[in-house]
Design a protein around this ligand. Structure first.
Ligand code: GLN
Length: 478
């Protein structure tokens, strides 16, 4: 299958029609979406109109842009003007955002075609997409298993061929972990690399938007379009990012690849084995493997489950039955607030709101939230020290391959552990990505996580491209 750049080039030259590309995706959706449930909403009519206008622009001699005719599926926590944006929650029922997220504007301007809004764990809280108010998404590689989460719908859409690429959001692993479980590439950029304007906030100091693609090169193409400064997001990094496409062909000769010797245990043996093969592959490709320590890594999960719920409890206070979506009428305002939130939020969201409110409450603030912020600083500083000796670090993206539905159902802590390897990077603000690297138990894909320091996406992409080559190309079949 041609890469995104070549496919868009063919559309721009008029040798491939955007309409035909779209119909292939819609045919795949017609065939399997009823089973997979990647989408909360498929925008077939709008997409056909968009594709027709792209083809008309090309026929008229215009250039629709670098993503001309490429189909994209958007996680349903990205605002789309006039189009329902639900966060897979009942509380946003009937709400239509009055504006597009910055990433959506950039995709449209670059010629991409939006095929639909994808399912997620409610408000992006979860690791399996089982927390959606609209029912789970199934893993296209094995429908008896979860696709990972929280961006499970976006990962599944790419894995099932429903769209050329997709966008997700990653607060503690929600791009990298489902990418690993669905056998696709997923990137969480440096905090501030991609504008969060129009991403419905979960934990604002951790949230980042990023792409799911079939290949590392495709991820570079998408990031080159959606990245870059946006005055609408005060945390957006002002510097101009170099194009990532150039990093892809540089190889890993001389690259220092770190092995975290004090990485928390917990990866299944099949996953741990693939990590060893990954180190060997990069060594064989010319990289130097170095040992590093990141002692505070192991405290990431604990700190995250205070900081993220604290921010979430504040961010989700706005869903009060007055300004957005659902309202459950009641005789007085306070009862209306309570009844709306009781009916509108699912169990996991309520759990996070209670945890966060507790951690922020007078008398506990210093002991919990304040302490967690100190741990966050230690994690950041430990990583910075490690990056003096290593350009990138490798870990598993997920401790296991895709697991069966219900496997962690009534045990929130077991579910939280799915993100043990991804969370510390969000706390540090650094970039991370998952690249498919062969298979583990039951022939299911294993994702290797490549981590790098602030704005060192070029090194991260060099290492990821080398792993992809070693695994035998797109999809990581080896
Ligand atoms: N699984 C983690 C959580 O539930 C991370 C989710 C995310 O990155 N959005 O909070």
């Amino acid at each position: 299958m041609a890469g995104l750049r070549d496919t868009a080039a063919a559309v721009r030259q008029g040798s491939t029609r955007a309409a035909d590309l779209l119909e292939a995706n819609l045919a795949a959706i017609a065939e399997r979406e009823a089973e997979i449930h990647a989408f909360n909403l498929v925008l077939a009519d709008e997409a056909r109109a968009q594709a027709a206008s792209i083809d008309a622009a090309v026929a008229a001699g215009d250039d629709p842009g670098p993503l001309a005719g490429l189909t994209v599926a958007l996680k349903d926590n990205l605002c789309t003007r006039g189009i329902a944006t639900t966060c897979s929650s009942k509380i946003l029922e009937g709400w239509r955002p009055p504006y597009d997220a910055t990433v959506v504007t950039r995709l449209r301007q670059a010629g991409a075609i939006i095929v639909g809004k994808t399912n997620l764990d409610e408000f992006a809280m979860g690791s399996s997409t089982e927390n959606s108010a609209f029912g789970p998404t199934r893993n296209p590689l094995d429908p008896s298993r979860v696709p990972g989460g929280s961006s499970g719908g976006s990962a599944a859409a790419v894995a099932a061929g429903f769209s050329a690429f997709s966008l997700g959001s990653d607060t503690g692993g929600s791009i990298r972990q489902p990418a690993a479980l669905c056998g696709v590439v997923g990137v969480k950029p440096t905090y501030g690399y991609v504008s969060r304007s129009g991403l419905v906030a979960f934990a604002s100091s951790l949230d980042q938007i990023g792409p799911f693609t079939r290949t590392v090169a495709d991820a570079a193409v998408v990031l080159d379009v959606i990245g870059g400064h946006d005055p609408a997001d005060s945390t957006s990094i002002p510097e101009v990012h170099p194009s990532l496409a150039v990093a892809l062909d540089q190889g890993v000769e001389g690259l220092r690849v770190g092995r975290i010797t004090d990485l928390p245990e917990g990866a299944d043996p099949d996953v741990a084995e693939r990590l060893e093969v990954a180190f060997d592959a990069l060594r064989a490709a010319g990289a130097t493997i170095v040992d590093v320590q990141v002692p505070a890594f192991t405290f990431g999960l604990t700190a995250y489950y205070l900081i993220a719920p604290a921010e979430a409890s504040s961010n989700l206070a706005r869903y009060d039955g007055v300004r957005y979506g659902l309202r459950v009428d009641a005789p007085d305002t306070n009862t209306m607030y309570g009844a709306t939130r009781e009916a509108g939020f699912g169990d996991e969201v309520k759990r996070r709101i209670m945890l966060g409110t507790y951690a922020l409450s007078a008398g506990y603030y210093d002991a919990y939230y304040g302490k967690a912020l100190k741990v966050r600083r230690l994690i950041h500083d430990d990583f910075e020290r490690a990056y003096r000796n290593a350009d990138v670090l490798l870990t598993p993206a997920s401790p296991s391959v895709a697991f069966p539905f219900g496997a962690k159902g009534d045990n929130p802590l077991a579910m939280y552990l799915c993100d043990v390897y991804t969370i510390p990077t969000n706390l540090a603000g650094h970039p991370g990505m998952s690249v498919p690297f062969g298979t583990g138990a039951d022939g299911l894909p294993v994702g290797i996580q490549v981590l790098a320091g602030t704005l060192n996406e070029p090194a991260m992409f060099r290492a990821a491209a080398a792993l992809e080559r070693a695994a035998g190309g797109a999809g990581g079949a080896s």
